[in-house]
Design a binder for this molecule. Sequence first.
Ligand code: 2P0
Length: 335
Amino acid sequence: PAEEVLDPGATAVAHPNIALIKYWGKRDERLMIPYVDSLSMTLDVFPTTTTVRLRSTARADSVTLDGSPARGEARHRVVAFLDLVRQIAGRTEPAVVDTRNRVPTGAGLASSASGFAALALAGAAAYGLDLDPTALSRLARRGSVSAARSVFGGFAICHAGPGTGVAADLGSYAEPVPVADFDPALVIALVDAGPKAVSSRAAMRRTVETSPLYRSWATSSMADLSGMRAALRRGDLDAVGEIAERNALGMHATMLAARPAVRYLSPATVAVLDSVLRLRADGVPAYATMDAGPNVKVLCHRADAARVAGTVRDAAPGCAVVTARRGPGALLRTG
Ligand code: 2P0
């Protein structure tokens, strides 16, 4: 038999982002429409590199995650996303997907953000879709809401948008927030890189359905967002940090009030939070944010990053500490 000519496919690289104003909760789970707007910084560490090749002779998609076949929910999400890309492109060929993460998967470090941003870009290119950045962001959102933001570098806002159905789908996408003179450090304390106890998807659903605090957090988050935009424009690290920290703590408070409670914060998390308070008491501007896991990300001036990293390391002995800065948007790799 003639040897099969393998499609060269498309390779994309994307980075995770950390939300300064958090997304938590969907008003449409099928279309992946968030309840609230969110705003993030894309990082320059932990990239995901994804190659998508078409293989018309295959019977099904093949998905490899860090060298091993993807299984269960991870595989299902990728295949469902490819189905969406094929539907938009009017194509039917199965794909061979190879994804490499340089971020611990499932540890609250937004591997789904870099993962679906890279898959959206590589998948769209492989199936011949020509999407502008807004359309690409909308597509990435269907994989994971936070992925809509990782399409862009630097700071990005994801609009929850109005309405339902098609209107909601059109109105929910991310776009860059131009912030010329703000280039802080984000010191990441990896206090536990193991998989999380409750998936963020399940935790969000439980929070929206059962937490009596959810609505008030969502309302206060809108005010946080406008304060955050103004603080970013001024390049005011203290204001950015204060707003980001209270927004994140508010999100965790809504989860703690869910029934049963969702608690991602561990004793090591709290130890790091205490060390951030001590840094501030010593006159070092440093502010913490946490996502769906025990890791803590500390926003500070670049000049203070080494001191902040040392303090955080002492607070949670044994934890890995990585210092990030603002990073690039998703890019196709050529050649
Ligand atoms: C965020 N997180 O804005 C929020 C803050 C975690 C806490 O987006 O269900 O993996 O795929 O949309 O994006 C993590 O949840 O959830 C997340 P899906 P995702 O970054």
